[in-house]
Design a protein around this ligand. Structure first.
Ligand code: LLP
Length: 417
C-alpha cells in the first residue's frame, strides 16, 4: 500500500485527518483528492536537499494546473515552467507579478511570445533557430529585450516510456550540441535577445537518475565552450523528470541527483533552475471512483467503475500502472479483475489483472494520480470533468467543481439554428 498518502485506521482510510469515504459522500465520484501536507512536504524535501545550491524550483504547470495548487507553489517561493499561453495566464492569475517563469515548448506562437514578453518572464527556453528569430522580431516590435536559454538536446537515453523521453536526437525537442553553440553565437548578435541561460530536459518519470549524469556532463562541456567564446549564462536549467514509484519501482535517491548537480555544475557558480512536476505532486493525489457493476465471465472479470480513460488517461495512453485500493473492502480476493470505465473503447481501462475484492457501491482509490491526472482529462463521451478537492488536516474543500451539462455545451448552444 502507498503508505505515505493514506493512513488506515481499523477499516477506514484517511488522507491527513479526513476519511476518504466522507469526501466521496459529500462530493460524489469520480473525484480527484489531494493532500496539502503531502505537497508541502515534497516541496520542503526538495528545497532542503538543494539548500547549499543557489536554486529555483519552477513547478511544471502541465503536471497539475489547478489554480489553488499553483497558488500553493507560489506561496512556497516556487517559480513555474509553462508551455502555453493558457498556462501563463493561469500562473498570472495567482501571481500577477511573477518574474519566475520559464517558457518551454517547441511551438510557441506569436501571441504566446507577445504575452510572455509583456509579462517579463524569466526566460524563454528556445527550441529552434526559427523560434529564436521569431522571439527577436517580436521583442524588437515591442521594444523589449527577451531573456533566452537554448534548450540543448544532449542525445541521452532517459530509459523511460518512449512517449515521454525527450532527450534523444530523434525527439522533436531541443537543439543538438553542435548546432546549439552556433545558435548561441547568432543569439549573441541579436539586439533584442539577452542570453541568460542554458536548458535541458531529457524526459519524464526517470526512476534511474543516472542518465542525468550524462546530460550534466554535456551541459558542462557546452558551458565551457560558451565561456571560451565569451558567452556567459546566468543560470543552468536542468529540467524536470525525477520519477516516483507507482509500482514499488526502485527510485534513485534525491541525494544522488543533488550530488551530480554539485559534481558537474556547481563550479560555474550559476543559479540552478529545476522544472519538476510529477515529483512534487504525483503521489499527493488520488482519484476516487465508485463501483457500478461486477461483470464476470469464463475468460475475464471486470470491475466496472464510474471513472474512465477521459478522467485518467495514463493507463490507456502509456499502459501506466496505478495502484488501486478498495476503500470499502480490504479483504483479498482470489479473482483477478480488470478495472474499466464506461467509455466505448477497449482501451478504456484504469488497471489490469488486479487481485481485488469489490462489490457494487464500493469506493476505490486510484493512487498516485496527482500529476498528469486531472490536467490530461477530457470531455470524451460527453462526460463532465470531475471535481478536485484538497484535504488540509481535518478539513476538505473543493478547488474545482464538477462540470455540468451546461459547461459541456457552453460553446455550441448559441450556434444551434
Ligand atoms: N520540463 C519540461 C520541458 C517538460 O516537458 C516536462 C514534462 C517537465 C519539465 C516536467 O517533467 P516531470 O518532472 O513531471 O517529469 N503525461 C506524461 C508526462 C509528460 C511529461 C511532459 N513533460 C505522464 O503522464 O507520465
Amino acid at each position: 500500500m502507498n503508505k505515505s498518502l493514506l493512513r488506515q485506521e481499523s477499516s477506514h482510510y484517511f488522507i491527513e485527518d479526513v476519511k476518504l469515504t466522507d469526501i466521496a459522500q459529500k462530493f460524489g465520484t469520480p473525484a480527484y483528492v489531494y493532500s496539502k501536507k503531502h505537497i508541502l512536504d515534497q516541496i520542503n524535501f526538495l528545497q532542503n536537499a538543494l539548500s547549499d545550491i543557489d536554486h529555483l524550483i519552477c513547478f511544471a504547470v502541465k503536471a497539475n494546473s489547478n489554480l489553488s495548487i499553483l497558488k500553493l507553489f507560489k506561496e512556497c517561493g516556487c517559480g513555474f515552467d509553462i508551455v502555453s499561453g493558457g498556462e501563463l495566464q493561469r500562473v498570472l492569475t495567482v501571481d500577477s507579478l511573477n518574474s519566475k517563469i520559464v517558457f518551454s515548448g517547441v511551438g510557441k506562437s506569436v501571441s504566446e511570445i507577445e504575452m510572455a514578453l509583456n509579462n517579463n518572464i524569466l526566460a524563454f527556453n528556445v527550441e529552434s533557430e526559427e523560434e529564436l528569430f521569431r522571439i527577436n522580431d517580436i521583442s524588437q516590435r515591442l521594444s523589449k529585450i527577451a531573456k533566452v536559454s537554448i534548450r540543448v538536446n544532449p542525445n541521452v537515453d532517459a530509459k523511460t516510456h518512449p512517449y515521454i523521453s525527450t532527450g534523444l536526437k530523434d525527439n522533436k525537442f531541443g537543439i543538438d550540441e553542435t548546432s546549439a553553440i552556433k545558435l548561441y553565437k547568432k543569439a549573441a548578435k541579436l539586439d533584442h535577445i539577452k542570453i541568460t541561460g542554458i536548458d535541458c530536459h531529457i524526459g519524464s518519470q526517470l526512476t534511474d537518475l543516472s542518465p542525468f549524469e550524462d546530460a550534466f556532463i554535456k551541459l558542462a562541456s557546452l558551458i565551457d565552450e560558451l565561456e571560451s567564446n565569451q558567452i556567459a549564462v546566468e543560470h543552468i536549467d536542468i529540467g524536470g523528470g525525477i520519477g516516483i514509484s507507482y509500482n514499488n519501482e526502485d527510485i534513485s535517491p534525491i541525494d544522488f541527483y543533488v550530488q551530480m548537480i554539485k559534481k558537474y555544475l556547481l563550479k560555474y557558480n550559476k543559479k540552478i533552475i529545476l522544472e519538476p512536476g510529477r515529483f512534487l505532486i504525483g503521489k499527493a493525489g488520488l482519484m476516487l471512483t465508485n463501483v457500478e457493476y461486477i461483470k464476470k465471465s469464463e475468460h475475464k472479470n471486470f470491475v466496472l467503475v464510474d471513472a474512465a480513460m477521459n478522467d485518467l488517461m495514463r493507463p490507456s495512453l502509456y499502459n501506466a500502472f496505478h495502484e488501486v485500493i478498495n476503500l470499502s473492502n480490504t479483504q483479498d480476493s482470489n479473482d483477478i479483475f480488470d478495472i474499466v470505465g464506461p467509455i466505448c473503447e477497449t482501451g478504456d481501462f484504469l488497471a489490469k489483472d488486479r487481485n481485488i475484492k469489490a462489490n457494487q457501491g464500493d469506493i476505490l482509490a486510484i493512487m498516485d494520480a496527482g500529476a498528469y491526472g486531472f490536467s490530461m482529462s477530457s470531455n470524451y463521451n460527453s462526460r463532465p470533468r470531475v471535481p478536485e478537492i484538497i484535504v488540509d488536516k481535518d478539513e476538505f474543500y473543493l478547488i474545482r467543481e464538477r462540470e455540468n451539462f451546461s459547461d459541456l455545451i457552453a460553446h455550441e448552444e448559441k450556434f444551434l439554428k
